[in-house]
Design a protein around this ligand. Structure first.
Ligand code: AMP
Length: 206
């Protein structure tokens, strides 16, 4: 199955993608994770992307489209994919229609107030890629799974969060109507316990 997770930053796309990709046996492709790896490794893509990411803005479409085209041509995508964080603009969605059109698009909906709270308290592990909320951590600097250092993403700081939510509303939210008109959209309530959201997503795909 070829699947897209749509939703604002902090909706839980990454967390849900882990469960859904292992259930459906398709690779979880997070463009945010790919870009962060490129920044860390100081590749040309990473060097070009960093300033946009730190400012909470979108990296130019052409960079993302080339990156996704190459990733989807890999062997592990022959039975499908789960895209998390792509497309984020109508131009990216149109490019994907040419590269490999999705079968379904899951829109994970969460109220704005909740998103702010989730993002500001989010800590990520640079090693195992786990995501945690400070309210559930004994020590907000140490990963409870692999004991590595937890990171407060530069773009999860309050001033950048506001910009990312604005960018989402202006540039990414129009994709809800775009996929609705193609009859591919399923919306689930993301303001629930993660295990319940997972069940709603799987039910929406039946
Ligand atoms: P994420 O981890 O999905 O929240 O992505 C982190 C940042 O990476 C975003 O704020 C953008 O700067 C950049 N990014 C990720 N995916 C895309 C995309 N599809 N188009 C443009 N920029 C992206």
């Amino acid at each position: 199955m070829k699947l897209i997770f749509l939703g604002p930053p902090g909706a839980g796309k990454g967390t849900q993608a882990l469960g859904v990709s292992s259930k459906l046996k398709v690779p979880h492709i997070s463009t945010g994770d790919m870009l962060r790896a490129a920044v860390k490794n100081q590749t040309p893509t990473g060097l070009a992307a960093k300033q946009f990411m730190d400012a909470g803005r979108l990296v130019p479409d052409a960079v993302l489209i080339d990156m996704v085209r190459e990733r989807l041509s890999m062997d592990d995508c022959r039975n499908g994919y789960l895209l998390d964080g792509f497309p984020r603009t109508v131009d990216q969605a149109e490019a994907l229609e040419e590269i490999s059109p999705p079968d379904a698009v899951v829109n994970i909906a969460v109220p704005d107030g909740k998103l702010l709270e989730r993002l500001a308290g989010r800590r990520v592990c640079g090693k195992c890629m786990g995501t945690f909320h400070i309210s559930k951590l004994n020590d907000e600097r140490i990963c409870p799974v692999c004991k590595s250092e937890l990171i407060h993403r530069e773009d999860d700081k309050p001033e950048t969060i506001t910009r990312r939510l604005k960018v989402y509303r202006e540039q990414t939210a129009p994709l809800i109507g775009y996929y609705e008109s193609k009859g591919k959209l399923r919306t689930v309530d993301g303001d629930n316990r993660p295990e319940d959201v997972l069940l709603s997503i799987l039910a929406s795909l039946e």
